[in-house]
Design a protein around this ligand. Structure first.
Ligand SMILES: *[C@@H]1O[C@H](CO)[C@@H](O)[C@H](O)[C@H]1NC(C)=O
Length: 178
């Protein structure tokens, strides 16, 4: 009796820990860093300083001058063809979940803003870090985010969270499995 209820608790704790772990590993990326979703932001440099993994989320924050459209393919992205978007978002604050590996294209839906550079290409890799699909990533993936950049704040928080969740896992394992 005692042993079996103990086992159930071990299972419950294991499930809880893995949920916490997964939550901590899913990062939120504020698109454009501290400047947000705006014409003045350099989105190429922002996106190349981030690593997007399956389960992560994009957060678009912007003024009422802007909106978010998801474009269907690379050619629509290149030519700023915002006429037939996959998705249109508005309201100043939107979250987009990156639910599978691959490349997605976003631009501002306001006329002329995409041409002014308000567009971003997001390449999501599998959660274990391996690039599952698309071999088309000539981006600077080897560049480690420098600590002087404000855009790296999110990734530092992310690292801290991962670290904390690892510690939690270890502590809980010690308490329950010894
Ligand atoms: C890209 O999307 C546009 C807009 O939906 C469409 O007209 C075009 O045919 C697509 N191009 C390719 C290569 O799929």
């Amino acid at each position: 009796m005692k042993t079996s209820s103990c086992r159930i608790w071990q299972l419950v704790v294991l499930i809880l820990v893995s949920v916490i772990h997964k939550e901590a590993l899913a990062a939120k990326h504020a698109v454009g860093g501290s400047q947000g979703w705006d014409e003045s932001t350099n989105f190429d440099s922002w996106s190349s300083s981030e690593t997007f993994k399956v389960g992560d989320e994009l957060e678009f924050k912007y003024t009422p001058l802007h909106s978010v459209v998801e474009l269907p393919n690379e050619s629509a992205f290149k030519s700023c063809d915002i006429g037939s978007p996959l998705k249109s978002l508005s309201g100043g604050s939107n979250t987009v979940k990156l639910d599978k590996p691959g490349t997605r294209y976003f631009a501002c839906g306001t006329s002329g803003h995409c041409e002014q550079g308000m567009k971003v290409k997001i390449t999501t890799v599998a959660a274990d870090g391996s690039s599952a699909s698309s071999a088309s990533s000539p981006a600077t993936t080897t560049t480690t985010p420098s600590s002087s950049q404000s855009t790296s704040v999110a990734s530092h928080q992310h690292q801290l969270l991962s670290f904390l969740s690892l510690i939690t896992t270890l502590l809980v394992s010690l308490v329950f499995f010894i």
